[in-house]
Design a protein around this ligand. Structure first.
Ligand code: ADP
Ligand code: MG
Length: 558
């Protein structure tokens, strides 16, 4: 095919694809416009995941009557005028792309009034063209209504996830903007339900309370450091209140919500040694920098920024958080694990066989276990046992995980999950996104033995749990399950993941003393599982030192 310049209609659709990935992208652009217009109140409404309707109303500056149509022209913006401006942008928008992009993929109506125009104006667009204009009254501000998103783009529609997943994205987005702008009053209605409301009184801790619950909000630690290139402010969790994903890290650079691996690393580095593996902090971090220290024009949805002096910013953020953590009383820090392999107190069994990976039993073809006789427990972590062919070291946690994992899936397939009702139900606060996830996965969680009921504003009551979870911190596990479910793809894998999590949290830990009776029971049950030699994550449950190997090691044979 010959090279040709695409017709403008095609160009605008391609560009729209970059800006408007999913309903939440529309909400993002509209909220940013409201914030740029200095709104103090922003009300957002979405129906059917935002596909049927998205409506954003603000009390901002409004668009003058004479400029209303212009706002829907590509690269029409009131926020910059020349190349120099690009280097000192303080507004959230600047490319003049959002409104035309949205109008290219949905029906758009806009009603706006400035404080100087005598009347408000309404226009209605179809396929990017204005089809109606009329005068209409409203208080100063702007309401944009976007309906039937992607109606003419079946491929896009198909690509979208379930209504509740899309609602979840919108709820998460609103939460992030509420965190970035505590002085703005936000509200979010999802299918008629109030999902989030903030007061706009400027108190960040209050927003955290709205989103993550009052208990966590009250424990969050204040960050404030103003003597670097970057000013760093915000709130961070004490090490004892960690989460199992990075979903709770929020970064704002000059009030722009950004995804930043650099800032995430700086944050996690500050917590180094305070959190165990797989734990992540909760943090809301605002970074302010002179505009010329930033390039904000590197991402189609403006979700990333580039710092001119990356290492300096990295250091400023790390130090700000470190200083806050250093002021934290020890009581808020988690206890050290009772035994960690390689700590020098014991020689880890792995060390004997460093160069002999072939001895990890998991790699042997046979799946069944021989009959084992318990000899004792090593470091309250490993069971030592003797078999017909040598010595076995069994990781008690991994072994128990395997047992519980098989049991859960088996019970679930028979629809006979053992349930434990709670005498006193546990109350749990969920963030707007977690609520959406819970809604879309209620059935799955019920099948696994959870009974969770709504209990007023953002609160939920846990009335029953799978029996195998009895020993665990229930609220924390549910929060973690919801985290893993946020982006679930195929249901099978997620069943598996839930089973893995439950098994992991319900099982005995390293460092726990076991009686001979308990060890015997553990091994007996392990023998009955389908894959006794690996835990559900695929790691070995045991190490086998054959008689032959022992003889060789001791020089009895050569
Ligand atoms: P950009 O935000 O990059 O300027 P947009 O396409 O998002 O581009 O918006 C185009 C213009 O429309 C903005 O520059 C602004 O002047 C005006 N505008 C859009 N939304 C609003 C709003 N809610 N309040 C006031 N003005 C608005
Ligand atoms: Mg904009």
């Amino acid at each position: 095919m010959a090279i040709r310049v695409l017709p403008s209609e095609v160009v605008s659709k391609i560009a729209a694809g970059e800006v408007v990935e999913r309903p939440a992208s529309v909400v993002k652009e509209l909220i940013e416009n409201s914030l740029d217009a200095a709104a103090t109140q922003i009300a957002v409404e979405a129906r059917s995941g935002g596909v049927e309707l998205i409506k954003v109303s603000d009390d901002g500056a409004g668009i003058p009557s004479s400029e209303l149509e212009l706002a829907f022209h590509r690269y029409a913006t009131s926020k910059m005028s020349d190349l120099e401006d690009l280097g000192r942008i303080l507004s959230l928008g600047f490319r003049g792309e959002a409104l035309p992009s949205i109008a290219a993929v949905a029906d758009v109506e806009i009603l706006t009034q400035t404080s100087s125009d005598s009347a408000g104006n309404y226009i209605c667009l179809r396929k990017g063209e204005v089809v109606r204009r009329e005068g209409r009254a409203r208080p100063p501000g702007t309401t944009v209504t976007v309906s039937r998103l992607f109606r003419h783009f079946p491929a896009r529609l198909k690509f979208l996830k379930s209504t509740s997943t899309e609602n979840g994205h919108i709820a998460h987005l609103l939460s992030q903007y509420a965190l970035a702008f505590p002085e703005v009053r936000f509200s979010l209605l999802l299918d008629g339900r109030l999902s989030l409301r903030t007061t706009g009184n400027g108190d960040l801790r209050e927003i955290v309370s709205e989103i993550y619950g009052p208990e966590l909000a009250q424990r969050m630690l204040k960050v404030e450091r103003r003597d670097g290139l970057a000013e760093v402010t915000g709130l961070i969790s004490p090490p004892a209140s960690a989460r199992s994903t990075r979903n709770y890290l929020s970064f704002f650079v000059n009030r722009r919500w950004v995804r930043s691996p650099l800032l995430a690393r700086a944050t996690e580095e500050a917590y180094r040694g305070l959190l165990s593996d797989g734990q992540h902090p909760i943090a809301v971090i605002n970074v302010s920098l002179p505009a010329q220290e930033l390039d904000i024009n590197i991402h189609p949805a403006k979700a990333q920024v580039k710092f001119c002096h990356e290492q300096t910013v990295f250091g400023d953020v790390r130090k700000a958080i470190e200083e806050t953590l250093a002021r934290t009383p020890m009581a808020a820090r988690p206890k050290a694990a009772p035994f960690s392999p390689g700590s020098g107190r014991w020689q880890s069994p792995h060390m004997i066989m460093d160069n002999e990976p072939a001895f990890a039993v998991a790699q042997l073809p046979a799946m069944e276990l021989p009959v084992l006789r318990i000899l004792g427990q090593l470091a309250s972590t490993y069971v030592i046992a003797e078999g017909p062919d040598g010595l076995y070291l069994i990781d008690q946690h991994a072994a128990h995980e395997r047992i519980l994992y098989d049991r859960i899936l088996e019970q679930k397939s028979r629809k006979e999950v053992e349930i434990q009702g709670l005498l006193e139900p546990i109350t749990m606060e969920l963030s707007p996104r977690e609520e959406e996830t819970l809604r879309s996965n209620t059935e799955l969680l019920t099948e696994f033995g959870f009974t969770i009921e709504p209990f007023g504003n953002k609160s939920y009551l846990i009335r029953a749990i799978p029996a195998i979870m009895a020993r665990a911190d229930i609220a924390e596990i549910i929060a973690m399950l919801l985290d893993t479910l946020v982006n679930k793809e195929s249901p099978d894998r997620w069943e598996d993941k839930i089973a893995q999590s439950l098994a992991c949290h319900g099982s005995i830990r390293a460092g726990q003393h076991l009686s001979n009776e308990e060890m015997r029971e553990l091994i007996k049950q392990l023998e009955q599982t389908r894959q006794p030699r690996t835990c559900p994550h695929g790691r070995s449950t045991m190490i086998h030192l054959s008689s032959h190997r022992l003889e060789k090691e001791f020089g009895r044979i050569s």
